[in-house]
Design a protein around this ligand. Structure first.
Ligand SMILES: NC(=O)c1ccc[n+]([C@@H]2O[C@H](COP(=O)([O-])OP(=O)(O)OC[C@H]3O[C@@H](n4cnc5c(N)ncnc54)[C@H](OP(=O)(O)O)[C@@H]3O)[C@@H](O)[C@H]2O)c1
Length: 360
C-alpha cells in the first residue's frame, strides 16, 4: 500500500491529540504538519499543548518538537506539505466551513470531525461499515469546487456511533420504523477532562447544545442515497433523542427503544449483529475492528469503563436486548467517542478513501 503525508488541523485539542496517538505508528499515514490557532502557532507541539495533554499514553515523541503552524494563515504552506489533512477545530460553523473549503480548493482533501459540512449535500458523511458507497459523491463535489484532488469528507456525530451501527443491520430485513434513544455522554466529547470540568463530578447535566438534533437528523443522511449530484437523506427511521452529559471521561452509552415494521425474534437480531460487517472489514483497513458489533449476554454489560476500548476503541458493544412493553425491543449500546466517534472514525474513513484511490 502507498503511504501518504498528513496534517492535523486542530492538533492541540482533544480530538487532535487523539489523532496524534493514532497516527504515531500508522502503516499508511505519516504526520508531517500540525496546525492550530494563532495562539499555538510558532510553539512546539509540547509547549502548545502543555498541561492540556489528556491522553492516557505519552505524547508521541516524533511530534512533541514539531512546530505548530497557523491553521488559517499557513494554509498554502500546509497544503504543500501533505497529501491530505484531518480537521478537528473549535471555531464558529461558518468559519469552519470556509476553512475546510479553502484547504479543499488548495487541492488538499479534508477529513473532518467538525459538524459544519455534515449537511452539505455533496459532502459524504460516512461510517465505513455502513455507507461506504457515499464516497462516490466526491466527483460531484470536486466539480462544484473546481478541484482535481481536493474534497471534504466528514464523519458523523459521536453520539450516534453506537446506535446507528446497531440498528442499521436490522433495517433491510425487518424495517426499523421508530427509535427512541437516550445517550449518556462522556466529558471528552466536550473537549473536557475532570480537571477542566469540575462541575460534572457527582453530577449529570441534562443538556448538550445541538446534540439531540444531530442525533436525530444525521442518521437519516447516513441512511440516504446518492441522487444525481447530492446525497438525499432517508425519511425513515424516525429518531427521537435525549442527550445527557455524565461524569465519565470517555465513552458514550445509549439506551435504545426500537419499533420494527416486521418484528424479528431476539435470535434473528442477535444473528444479524453477529454477522454484520462492511467495507472496512472486507478491505481489511488497518483501523477496522475484526468484529464490529459485540453482544454481551451478562445483564450488567456493556459498561463504559470495561468495554469502551474494545478492539482499539473501534468496536460497538451491545447488551440487555429484551422485549419492551411499548416498543418492540430495547437494548443498550456503547462506543468510544474520541476513537470510533471522532479521531478513530476519521482515520478509518481516510483509510477507506486511500484504499479506493481518492488521495492519488
Ligand atoms: N471531543 C469529541 O469527542 C468530539 C467528537 C466528535 C466531533 N468533535 C468535533 O471535533 C472538533 C474539535 O473538538 P475538540 O473536542 O477536539 O475541541 P477542543 O479540545 O476545544 O480543541 C479545539 C482545537 O481547535 C483549535 N482552534 C480553536 N480556534 C481556532 C482557530 N481560530 N483557528 C484554528 N484552530 C483553532 C484549537 O487550537 P488552540 O489550542 O491553538 O486553541 C484546538 O486545536 C469540534 O468541531 C467538535 O465538535 C469532537
Amino acid at each position: 500500500m502507498k503511504t501518504y503525508k498528513v496534517g492535523i488541523i486542530g492538533a492541540t485539542g482533544m480530538v487532535g491529540q487523539r489523532f496524534t496517538t493514532l497516527l504515531e505508528n500508522h502503516p499508511w499515514f505519516t504526520v508531517t504538519a500540525l496546525a492550530a490557532s494563532s495562539r499555538s502557532a510558532g510553539k512546539t507541539y509540547k509547549e502548545a499543548v502543555g498541561s492540556r495533554w489528556a491522553m492516557k499514553t505519552a505524547m508521541p515523541s516524533k511530534m512533541a518538537d514539531m512546530i505548530i503552524m497557523d491553521a488559517e494563515s499557513d494554509i498554502e504552506k500546509i497544503a504543500s506539505m501533505v497529501d491530505f489533512v484531518f480537521c478537528a477545530v473549535n471555531m464558529k460553523k461558518d468559519e469552519i466551513k470556509a476553512l475546510e473549503e479553502k484547504y479543499a480548493k488548495m487541492e488538499c482533501p479534508v477529513i473532518s470531525n467538525n459538524s459544519a459540512h455534515r449537511h452539505t449535500p455533496d459532502v459524504p458523511m460516512v461510517i465505513p461499515e455502513i455507507n461506504d458507497d457515499h464516497i462516490e459523491i466526491i466527483e460531484a463535489q470536486r466539480k462544484r469546487l473546481g478541484t482535481k484532488r481536493g474534497f471534504i469528507a466528514v464523519k458523523s456525530n459521536c453520539s450516534l456511533q453506537s446506535y446507528v451501527p446497531a440498528l442499521y443491520p436490522l433495517d433491510a430485513d425487518f424495517g426499523v420504523e421508530d427509535a427512541l434513544v437516550c445517550t449518556y455522554q462522556a466529558i471528552s466529547g466536550a473537549g473536557k477532562t475532570f480537571e477542566t470540568f469540575p462541575e460534572i463530578v457527582d453530577n449529570v447535566i441534562p443538556y448538550i447544545g445541538g446534540e439531540e438534533e444531530k442525533s436525530e437528523v444525521e442518521p437519516l443522511k447516513i441512511w440516504g442515497k446518492i441522487e444525481g449530484d447530492k446525497i438525499v437523506s432517508a425519511s425513515k427511521p424516525h429518531f427521537t433523542a435525549q442527550c445527557l452529559r455524565v461524569p465519565v471521561s470517555d465513552g458514550h452509552m445509549a439506551a435504545v427503544f426500537v419499533r420494527f415494521k416486521n418484528k424479528p425474534t431476539k435470535e434473528q437480531i442477535l444473528e444479524h449483529w453477529a454477522t454484520f460487517s462492511g467495507a472496512a472489514q472486507k478491505l481489511e483497513l488497518p483501523s477496522a475492528p475484526k468484529q464490529f458489533l459485540h453482544y454481551f449476554t451478562e445483564d450488567n454489560l456493556p459498561q463504559t469503563k470495561l468495554q469502551r476500548d474494545l478492539e482499539g476503541g473501534m468496536a460497538v458493544s451491545i447488551g440487555r436486548l429484551r422485549e419492551d412493553t411499548q416498543f418492540d425491543y430495547k437494548f443498550v449500546c456503547l462506543s468510544h467517542n474520541t476513537l470510533r466517534g471522532a479521531a478513530g472514525g476519521g482515520v478509518l474513513l481516510a483509510e477507506l478513501l486511500a484504499a479506493k484511490g481518492y488521495f492519488d
